[in-house]
Design a protein around this ligand. Structure first.
Ligand code: FMN
Length: 177
């Protein structure tokens, strides 16, 4: 099934250098929480657990190559991994972690828990950051302007979303008659 392309960013253990990885095994678990499976050996996880904070941004069609690069390159082996992506960062006002300037939709989280056996990282959402460039006239995210990536595990491909096909909580009412 298609999975969201999530970019996890944190600061390094020793300094405020950003580190970032790609994860698809995760999503929002409720209004204030998200759960992501992060393998215990990931370099980015060290920063996340040290500072008890991370940012999750959605990968975009426009940055698919950069996001994929961050998912196939290990921070433990490539010291300038983040710089090579060409991304830039701004410190979050809410948590001790960096926002990626080029990714317009991000969720800032405090670590709630991490289980090294199941690899499950649970984050408490403390802020949602939306760049104005992706907002429509009604002030909500417009998918004409924002193009998140989805990932297909079987074919190992990144995909874009398609057209609007219906109205949630409404169209199904037609079958209640
Ligand atoms: C399409 C794709 C999906 C991935 N999904 C996950 C995931 O859900 N969890 C995880 O721990 N690693 C996942 N990875 C692997 C990490 O992104 C990868 O190991 C990365 O190099 C880790 O970087 P780091 O060691 O610098 O933190 C995925 C990689 C790709 C390309």
């Amino acid at each position: 099934m298609p999975m969201p392309v999530l970019m996890l960013s944190a600061y390094e253990v020793e300094d405020e250098k950003p580190c970032t990885m790609l994860a698809v095994w995760g999503g929002i678990s409720n209004e204030k929480e998200l759960t992501i499976t992060v393998a215990s050996e990931r370099h980015t996880l060290k920063g996340i657990l040290t500072r008890q904070a991370f940012v999750v941004s959605m990968g975009t069609v426009e940055t698919a190559t950069e996001c994929d690069y961050l998912g196939i390159t290990k921070g433990d082996k490539v010291a300038d991994k983040f710089e090579k992506s060409g991304f830039h960062t701004t410190k979050s006002e809410f948590v001790d972690a960096p926002l990626i300037d080029e990714l317009p939709f991000a969720v800032e989280c405090r670590v709630k828990s991490y289980d090294p056996d199941t690899w499950r990282l649970v984050g408490e959402i403390v802020n949602v950051s939306l760049d104005e460039s992706i907002l429509g006239e009604n002030g909500k995210v417009s998918f004409d302007k924002f193009h998140p990536l989805a990932f297909d595990w079987m074919n190992k491909i990144h995909l874009s979303l398609g057209e609007k096909v219906g109205n949630a909580y409404k169209d199904g009412l037609a079958l209640r008659k």
